[in-house]
Design a protein. Structure first.
Length: 132
């Protein structure tokens, strides 16, 4: 039910062209997806990748609210989680082709948040999420 409410609010915010509310609801929905996967999936690498993607989305939402320090701090934690994931042998086998690329994209995304230019942040966000 909470997911449905978030979806309805997301659609309304899109219709009203309210980007901040849209990102807030999208973030909330994605957090629920991660929670669902944690409960019902046994693929720990997929769960961890979804958590990382959720944190990247959250940092984008925070950046759009101009809360750059929190966004950057959250992303620091996300990068640390990703560094731990990179050590996992199963993850290495499945993702060796773009593992380092994702790490670099996360760093570049964090740097764009430090600069505080929303257009740059948006571009780096898109590039990062596409590879996750």
């Amino acid at each position: 039910l909470a997911y449905s409410d978030d979806l309805n609010n997301l659609l309304l915010s899109m219709a009203n062209e309210d980007e901040i509310v849209m990102l807030e609801k999208l973030n909330s929905m994605y957090e629920k997806i991660v929670s669902f996967r944690e409960t019902y999936s046994e693929d720990k690498n997929l769960i961890e990748k979804n958590k990382i993607k959720s944190q990247v989305l959250k940092s984008y939402y925070l950046s759009n609210k101009e809360d750059y320090e929190t966004a950057k701090s959250d992303l620091d934690g996300t990068i640390e989680k990703y560094k731990e994931l990179m050590k996992d042998e199963d993850y290495k086998k499945e993702n060796s082709y773009n593992m380092n690329k994702i790490y670099i994209l996360l760093q570049e995304y964090k740097n764009s948040i430090s600069i505080g230019n929303l257009d740059l942040i948006k571009m780096k966000f898109i590039l990062t999420v596409e590879d996750l």
